[in-house]
Every structure is written in structure tokens, then in C-alpha cells.
Write a protein that binds this ligand. Structure first.
Ligand SMILES: Nc1ncnc2c1ncn2[C@@H]1O[C@H](COP(=O)(O)OS(=O)(=O)O)[C@@H](OP(=O)(O)O)[C@H]1O
Ligand SMILES: [Mg+2]
Ligand SMILES: [Mg+2]
Ligand SMILES: [Mg+2]
Length: 353
């Protein structure tokens, strides 16, 4: 299979980083600081980013990296840096050969800070570039809801490999989503999944483990026979996507079920496995540019599971333009057979505003 090594390292790296986020998830003090744009970042985001970058540098030292977080604020905040370092030191895969495969532990706090800061590539249309969102849905993570550890490899602007670690989703692909699927997660048995895809090779899911990778199974989007019976997923935060536009689109399509609100790219994973049907992300602000790390892995996983992903105008997401999707507005993800129909409703609602 093409990109077999990249896929395996990405899966192991995401699994290890997800374990770190889980130990932070279950503490009350998550070391939250507010970034310049007033969005939160936690000990979990920084620690997960350090672990993923360290594994990528070990195997692919010449590849570029676009990652959400940077170390600047930690250099001025030594207590926070020390807390992250203690989580990073404590997080290891329980399977020794898998841990060794990732290059083993980071050697010092300084090496950890250096790793965190290696995600500053401007991105673009040329070469091998990894996109990392160490915790997508940080607000969900803080609320006790869904979140995802996200990693994708782009080659010449095309997403080739995508991996999502979703510790709070059910392992079982056939577990139905209900309107409360994103709320109040506990560390119950049967939770924790890794979604993966390689371009042209399909998408899979497997249970998140603490050691070696679990066995995977192919996933597919659910064929929709009757759109009025569809389940659509949307963000929890009304500041990230327009709940009112999404409700108007659902109404126009005759959808009566309540939407499933969940944070993060867990939405992409959930529709790719057929637990939900559609993902609508209508812009709230005309000037917001979506970040590539918020979509790269999910876009590939949904397309490889039989879906189509476009923006609200029907254009494919364009990952060649840098750290953001500056040529796109919003996201419409649906099974291929009905995507056109959903898009028509999206356009109708937007043009009537
Ligand atoms: N204005 C605006 N519009 C669209 N998107 C935005 C906006 N502001 C922030 N973000 C990004 O939203 C990411 C989380 O998306 P979610 O789908 O998880 O949203 S939500 O938390 O459920 O609302 C979130 O990712 P993380 O920072 O990794 O959590 C942000 O990159
Ligand atoms: Mg994100
Ligand atoms: Mg994030
Ligand atoms: Mg963030």
C-alpha cells in the first residue's frame, strides 16, 4: 500500500498523543491559557503536539510541519512548561516496541519546547507537509465533550494520509448518534477510536489502545434513502458555525431529527462510519479563514468512506494555499449520492439571506 510507513507512524503518534490528552482530560486543572485570539489552549494541546512532532522528526526529518500551537507563551510561563513536561515524560505506549518505533521519549524539557515550535511551516502547494491539530475542539475538551487529535500528510497540496484519534467516541461503528452524543463523556469501556485513511485505499476505524495498534475495519458512509430521515452534525459553539443557517437548511430538506452537536473533527469521523449522515459548517463571519489542520484528516477520511466534501459554493477544500483554506467558505460533507441535493439547499438558504 502507498504511504504504509507514514500511515503506521501517524497512527502510533496519534495514539500516544491521545493518551496524553486523556490523562489531562480527567484532571480538573487542565492548565488552560488564553491565546491572542482569545481561544483556549491547554497542557494537553501542547503536550500532544510535542509528542507528535517528535515522532515525525524521528522518521521524516526533511518533511515540513504546519501545527496549530507554538512555544512562545511557554517560554514566559515556566510553571506551565514544567507541567507539560511532566505529562510528556509520563506518556508512553505500553508496547515497548511500538514506543521504540516512535523514537522513544523526548530527552529534556528544552527538547520538548523545541519540538512544539517546529510546526511553523507556511504550508503551500509543494512537497511533503504534515498538518497537526493536537487537540481539535479544545472548548469541547474543557467542557467534557468530544475532541480529536488530528494528523494529516499532504504531498504537493493533496491530502494523502489522514488520522483522527477520538477518545470519547464509541468504538462500535454501528452505535447510533443521538442528540446528546457530544456531552459529558466519561472514561467508560467501549470508548476511544482511531479513524484513518490513505488516498485511494479507503477509510478504516480501530479501537484506541494503550499499546500496539488495534485491528482495523473498513468504514463507509451510510447510503441515504430518504433525506428527511438524515441525521446532521454541527459544531457545539455557535461562534464556529451558524446554527440558524444550518437549521434553515435542514428544514428546507425536510429533516425533522434534532441536529447532533459535537466538537471537533469527531463529526467527520462520525459521518464517515455511518453513525451520522451529514456535516454542515456554515460560516458565521465572512472574514474567517478555516485552518488546514481543522479539516485535512477529516476531509480525506470522509471522501475515502464514500463521501463528498466541499465548501458552501461546491468547491473542494483547497489545501495548497498555506495554513488556511483561504479559497473556501464553510464545509458541506455528505454521501456522494446526495451531496448535490444538500448543496442546492445550502445555496438557496444563503441566497435568501
Ligand atoms: N469563527 C470561527 N469559525 C469557524 N471555526 C472557528 C472559528 N473560530 C475558531 N474556529 C475553529 O473551530 C475549531 C473547532 O471546531 P469545532 O467544529 O470543534 O467547533 S465547536 O467547538 O464544536 O464549536 C477550533 O479548533 P481548535 O482550536 O483546535 O479547537 C478553531 O480552529
Ligand atoms: Mg482545531
Ligand atoms: Mg486545536
Ligand atoms: Mg485552538
Amino acid at each position: 500500500m502507498p504511504y504504509a510507513k507514514e500511515l503506521r507512524i501517524a497512527q502510533l503518534a496519534v495514539q500516544r498523543a491521545t493518551l496524553l490528552t486523556k490523562s489531562v482530560f480527567h484532571t480538573t486543572a487542565k492548565g488552560t491559557v488564553s491565546k491572542e485570539d482569545h481561544s483556549p489552549v491547554t497542557v494537553g494541546d501542547f503536550g500532544a503536539q510535542a509528542l507528535i512532532i517528535s515522532a515525525l522528526r524521528h522518521h521524516f526529518p526533511d518533511d515540513e510541519i504546519v501545527a496549530e500551537e507554538e512555544a512562545a507563551e511557554l517560554i514566559a510561563n515556566k510553571p506551565l512548561s514544567e507541567r507539560i513536561w511532566s505529562y510528556v515524560q509520563a506518556t508512553m505506549l505500553e508496547d515497548e516496541s511500538a514506543e521504540q518505533e516512535l523514537g522513544g521519549p523526548i530527552q529534556s524539557e528544552q527538547e520538548m519546547l523545541d519540538a512544539i515550535d517546529m510546526g511553523k511551516s507556511p504550508g503551500g502547494a509543494k512537497g511533503r507537509i504534515w498538518a497537526i491539530d493536537p487537540i481539535d475542539g479544545t472548548k469541547g475538551f474543557l467542557r467534557g465533550g468530544q475532541y480529536a487529535v488530528c494528523l494529516a500528510l499532504m504531498v504537493d497540496g493533496d491530502v494523502k494520509v489522514g488520522v483522527l484519534g477520538c477518545p470519547n467516541l464509541p468504538v462500535d461503528d454501528s452505535a447510533p448518534l443521538d442528540a446528546h452524543a457530544g456531552e459529558n463523556q466519561t472514561d467508560a469501556e467501549g470508548k476511544g477510536v482511531i479513524f484513518s485513511a490513505v488516498l485511494g485505499e479507503g477509510a478504516t476505524s480501530g479501537a484506541l489502545s494503550r499499546g500496539a495498534l488495534s485491528k482495523e475495519a473498513p468504514i463507509h458512509m451510510k447510503p441515504i434513502e430518504d433525506i428527511t430521515q438524515a441525521t446532521f452534525c454541527e459544531s457545539v459553539e455557535s461562534g464556529h458555525s451558524s446554527h440558524s443557517d444550518q437549521a434553515a437548511i435542514a428544514k428546507l430538506l425536510g429533516i425533522t431529527k434534532p441536529s447532533v452537536r459535537m466538537d471537533s473533527q469527531a463529526k467527520y469521523g462520525s459521518i464517515a462510519r455511518g453513525a451520522g449522515d451529514l456535516y454542515l459548517r456554515l460560516p458565521v463571519r465572512a472574514d474567517y479563514e478555516e485552518k488546514i489542520w481543522d479539516h485535512a484528516a477529516g476531509d480525506l477520511i470522509v471522501r475515502e468512506a464514500g463521501g463528498e466534501v466541499t465548501d458552501v459554493t461546491g468547491k473542494r477544500l483547497d489545501f495548497t494555499l498555506g495554513r488556511t483554506l483561504k479559497a473556501n467558505k464553510g464545509v458541506v460533507a455528505a454521501p456522494k449520492a446526495v451531496h448535490g441535493k444538500i448543496l442546492e439547499a445550502v445555496k438557496q438558504v444563503l441566497s435568501s439571506k
